[in-house]
Every structure is written in C-alpha cells, then in structure tokens.
Design a binder for this molecule. Sequence first.
Ligand SMILES: [Mg+2]
Length: 390
Amino acid sequence: MKILKIIEQPVRLQGNISNALVNFSSHTVSVVAVITDQLKNGVPLVGLAFNSIGRYAQSGIIHSRMIPRLMNASPDSLLDDSGKLLSPEKILNCILQNEKPGGHGDRAQAASAIELAIWDLNAKLNDEPVSALIARHYQRTRYSNRVSVYAAGGYYYDGENELGLTQEIAQYRAKGFTRFKMKIGGASLAVDMKRIEAALKVAGAGSHLAVDANGRFDLKQAIDYAQAMKNYGLLWFEEAGDPLDFELNSMLSEHYAGALATGENLFSRQDVKNLALFAGMRRGLDIFQMDPGLSYGITEYARMIHQLELQGYSREQVYPHSGQLIGQHVVAGLGLGGCEVYPNIFQPMGGFTDEALIEDGIVKVSDAPGFGFERKSNLMNEFVKLLASA
Ligand SMILES: [Mg+2]
C-alpha cells in the first residue's frame, strides 16, 4: 500500500456559544483525507478524519511539516508487520521527525488528524468499525459496541430564571439521555447554585449531573464552589482551575469528597503521568478527560491509558472530551468509562451518525466501516468538498 496524496482543509464550526472562558464562533477544525493506491469496490481507498473540537484547524503545521515528511518516507517503512495495513505508530513517528519532545501544543492536534485518518483507512480495508480494530490492535479481551454517553451543554440563558437551562436538560432527557453536564463559573456563586438546584430537579439526582468550570477558578473560588456544592452528590466537578495547575487540583481534592474531572487540555502520556502523580487524582473516583483527537491520535492515547493503569487507575475513570464519532469509537475500542456529546451544537463535527439513537444513556457504535463518517450527512458533505478539491 502506498499513500498517493494527503489533503487538508479547515472547516468552521457552526454556532456562537461560549463557556466560562472561550467563545467558539471563530473556531475551525482540520478535515483530512489520506488517499492511497488501494481500491475498495473499484474506487481508491481513502482514510478520513478531523482533529477534535476546541483547538482550531492546524493547516499550517499539517502542510508545512507533516505531509512532506510522510510523502518523503519510503512507502514500505510505513507498513505494519502484516505488510497489508499502514502502521499508525510508524506514521506518528514519521510525522514527528525532528520535533523536540515536550511542549505539546498545536502540533498534537495536527498529528491527530493524520493519525486518526490512518485508523479510518485500515478499518475500511478490513471492512470493520474502527472500534473493533482498536480492540483487536490492543488485545482487548472484552469488546462491546455499547457506549455510555452523557449530554453536555447546560449553558447560560438571558433573563433571571432558570427556565432555559431546565428546558435544555428536559430536551436531552426526552432524547434518551440519563446523565447531563452544565456550565458553571459564568455567573456569581449564588446564581450558579440556583441554576444547579433547578437542573437537579430535571436531572433527577446529583449522580446524574456534572458541572464544568472550564478552568476558570483560582484556588479560593474553586474551594468556595466545592463547599457550596458538597451536599449535591454531583457526578463530577470538572476543570475547576487552570488545567496545568496540578497543585490547585491537589489542594481542591482535600476540600471536596466528590469526583473531580480534568485532563482535556493535556496532550501526551508524560503530561498524564504528571497529572496522576501530582494533581491529587484519586483512584476509583476522579475522572480523566484527555481527547484522542487533540493528543496525537489513538497511538498516544493508548499509551496514556496504559500509563494510568500502571499508576493504579482504572480505564473506567476515563471519559474523553470530544462529543463526536471518533471519541465514541475510542471509548468502545479501549473499554473506557463513557463519552460526552453536545446534542445539536458544534456541527458539523459534533454527534454521532444520523441514525444513532440514545437509549437509557447508551449509544451503539454503528457497524459502518471506519469511523462511519459516511453515515453522518452534514460531516460527509465537508469530506466530499475536501475530496473535490484534490
Ligand atoms: Mg470540559
């Protein structure tokens, strides 16, 4: 197998929404296609992917550094041991040639988009979903296509009362979700507690409701919120402070008996090792949220999970940030705790296939080959445009 061409384009995310710190109206995502000399049903085999939501398209790094490295490599040096598939590990090594270790920033998302497209390609060659390929590749003995999923959102609405928020959560309930996540930190503590109490009435119980501060609080604010929320029995308290402030997270864990969640802004195994060592993360309780679409793809992601297990944590404590098809396949393939989804927003990337149904908080991975992008029409439109540009 030989890679003939790799193409990439930025796609703008739809919607004008904000969390406590970031407005997403200018955000973009890189869509990538890897075109090979292999034919499937008479047409050239193409691997498709994108980097995840929230960190912008990475066109510059992909075009100026990564595509030239791959196209300069000898085709045989990129194959796996069977000689039939491309090796995601060798592809990742190749696109990171001459890059210093550490300092994982935008290049982690650039690499993700390409590495993930290789998984899509290999799974299509095997005629199987990526989740099944991941499970076999990492010798998982148990594999299920049923993934636990929660509805994330819970935004701020204009006006004094909590009607918008409760209506939003009620909508998710009606769609089959049983667990929900809402934003905090965008209003005063008193207003946020009123919002949480209103949301709890619809969610049913604290164990069905997580809250996300998107890294906004200093230690005092984080502890004030922890004290105010301590009797709610929430599912988790997410990204209280700066994602790299491990000391803050560690000190907060001494003031909050419930689960803390963090990790969506860490992009490497080494960062996750440090998080596990220094941030007070508790075994069997706290939640890790790294995203394979932001952190060099599935190869590095599997290393992160292995690292966590070496340090005594369970893979069921891992709930990747992402809210899209790639995250769903990774959760199923690696047997992680579950995934999030933002119903109706972050289109065209957000959400699962057009026919996906949520039942009792569970979504099934489709049996479509690859990630199944072909069964998500608005996303597939972007890939069709990308391929037309080639
Ligand atoms: Mg978050």
